[in-house]
Design a protein around this ligand. Structure first.
Ligand code: G3P
Ligand code: MG
Length: 239
């Protein structure tokens, strides 16, 4: 599996409001080839870009994402809390984000981020919408259930298993979900786990790496890609 080396975390990293179309556009302007964003279901089952189960941190709304229809979510402001200069930035649907990625030529890592108890339906819905997209993408999740459901819905879509620290049973988790790569926390990565993954031939991408020297060290150790909030630290030719 081929990865862009530098992947803008939550769309544009720290430079734009997370999980927004403004973030995707900024990432493209910086020369990024790849972006990552988080996807959760609205109350009406529409997959939308959102990291938290609640709206308060990133939007002007209140309450739970899973209890609000996508039409109402679209009217919230997902930009203002990042900076007033980004005011009136909507919560995008997955379809809108994937269309934007295709238009901008961005490879997309769609992280399936189910609300607790909605693992299966979120995996299924995200895979169904992603299968209809035209651009290059990869699905990932911390949830084996969501990833398995995505595989059952659209087996042709590549999948990566997400971990914080890579657990001892990572091979079983990969087999169970049919994933072809691992994503793990850079902070929790041990030399032993890295060696085991490298020996297996599975690509490994690490999050969240916000210093160039850390990324350089990980690349030298054989890591394939890093998720970063600071894609501006690289020149476009390096990404
Ligand atoms: O997909 C990598 C990374 O985004 C996982 O952590 O919490 O930022 O979604 P989080
Ligand atoms: Mg994420």
């Amino acid at each position: 599996m081929i990865y862009p080396r530098i992947i803008a975390h939550r769309c544009g990293g720290a430079l734009a409001p997370e999980n927004t179309l403004a973030g995707l556009r900024l990432a493209a302007r910086l020369g990024c080839c790849g972006v990552e964003f988080d996807v959760m279901l609205a109350a009406d089952g529409v997959p939308v870009l959102m990291h938290d189960e609640t709206l308060e941190r990133t939007t002007t709304g209140r309450g739970r994402v899973a209890e609000m229809n996508s039409g109402l979510l679209a009217r919230l402001d997902a930009g203002y809390r990042h900076h007033p200069a980004f005011a009136v930035e909507p919560v995008p649907t997955l379809d809108e984000a994937l269309r934007e990625c295709a238009a901008l030529g961005l490879w997309a890592n769609v992280e399936i981020k189910p609300a607790v108890g909605q693992e299966t339906e979120t995996g299924q819905a995200v895979a169904r919408h992603a299968a209809a997209a035209t651009g290059k993408l990869l699905l990932s999740s911390f949830s084996s259930i969501a990833l398995r459901a995505a595989a059952d819905e659209a087996v042709q879509l590549p999948r990566a298993m997400l971990f914080d620290a890579i657990p001892a049973d990572w091979r079983e988790r990969i087999m169970e979900t049919g994933a072809r790569a691992l994503h793990s926390s850079a902070r929790a990565l041990t030399g032993e786990a890295l060696q085991a993954v490298r020996d297996s031939g599975f690509p490994l991408a690490c999050y969240t790496v916000n210093r160039r020297e850390d990324a350089d060290r990980l690349f030298a150790m054989g890591v394939s890609a890093v998720f970063t909030d600071r894609p501006d630290l690289w020149a476009s030719a390096e990404m």
